[in-house]
Design a protein around this ligand. Structure first.
Ligand code: NAD
Length: 290
């Protein structure tokens, strides 16, 4: 396939490289990032998408996605598909899908889970919103870049799935970290805490696969001085998107709101920026109730 790829940063770079390595013709455009092996450089977004059957975007946020879509939609070939893999607000995803449909193009919102490791290994999970027949066109590319692609429904459904998942993840991380800090003060060893909770009703992906306490469970960022992993500021971005969506549809999300406030404080006022989101545990360790 002829693929245009816009946004070749930490995630987009390895994703584009995997497509090129699989034999697709990939033309890339980025404002700053270097092109990975096998990807042909374009000097403009319009140049990267010209003649492409599928255009993939992997950009920082919804405002940038809208700006890039405004540049590329008018020059994309009739019947081509615009597939955005960035994590953005549901409203921007829907607006871009409408704009593409009005121009006779297919559109998908297809955010990912799996981080830079998953992008490099080609083991991402894609959560996809848009028409089923458009999903089928891009599915072979999802299969190269990832291990699983779930068609979640209408436009915006991929972003909806992503932010709901990450709201659960943020809340669960905080709950797990505060429980470890409480256990410390109660004199319970972390090993025993893990041993019990990981096989009891408090278990979760955070506890069992990504334990925020070092030296316990499978290797995690806690064992690497909390280098990310999944940085606290990216968790904050996703939590804010969840609260923006909740406000738009009048959903009551008190735990999501509390997690957003706590990660905002951690990233913007404490020392959370640049650390893995599980570094909430050393934060709680140092604190009392006051
Ligand atoms: P990044 O900042 O490394 O990459 C974004 C790239 O977009 C940069 O190289 C930047 O130069 C480029 N860019 C910005 N504006 C542009 C424009 N107008 N035209 C062309 N290129 C432009 O970010 P990332 O970590 O690769 O994340 C990309 C997206 O994936 C984000 O939406 C993020 O939330 C999501 N995501 C990231 C992770 C992760 O672990 N990093 C995990 C899941 C999802």
């Amino acid at each position: 396939m002829k693929i245009g790829f816009i946004g070749l940063g930490n995630m987009g770079g390895p994703m584009a490289a995997n497509l090129a390595a699989a034999g697709h013709e990939v033309v890339g455009f980025d404002l700053t990032a270097l092109m990975p092996m096998g990807v042909v450089v374009s000097r403009s977004a319009a140049g990267a998408v010209s003649g492409a059957e599928v255009v993939i975007t992997m950009l920082p946020n919804g405002a940038i996605l809208r700006a890039v879509a405004a540049q590329v939609v008018p020059v994309m070939a009739a019947g081509a598909v615009l597939c955005d893999c960035s994590t953005v607000d549901v409203e921007s995803a829907r607006a871009v899908a409408e704009q593409a449909a009005a121009a006779g193009l297919g559109a998908l919102d297809a955010p990912v889970s799996g981080g830079v490791g998953g992008a490099t290994a080609g083991s991402l999970t894609f959560m996809v919103g848009g028409p089923a027949q458009t999903f089928d066109v891009v599915k072979p590319l999802f299969d190269i870049m990832g291990q699983k692609a779930v068609h979640c429904g209408y436009a915006g459904a991929g972003q909806s799935a992503k932010i709901c998942n990450n709201m659960i993840l943020g809340v669960t991380m905080i709950a797990t970290c505060e429980a470890f800090a409480l256990a410390d003060k109660l004199g319970l060893s972390r090993e025993k805490m893990f041993d019990v909770v990981s096989t009891s009703s408090g278990y979760s992906w955070v506890m069992n696969a990504y334990c925020p306490a070092s030296g316990i469970g499978p290797k995690s960022p806690a064992d690497n001085a909390y280098a990310p992993g999944f940085a606290a500021e990216l968790m904050l971005k996703d939590l804010r998107l969840s609260q923006q969506a909740a406000e738009a549809v009048d959903a009551d999300t008190p735990m999501g709101a509390a997690a957003t406030t706590l990660y905002a404080r951690f990233v913007e006022e404490e020392e959370g920026r640049g650390r893995d989101f599980s570094a909430m545990l050393p934060r709680f360790e140092k604190r009392g109730r006051g």
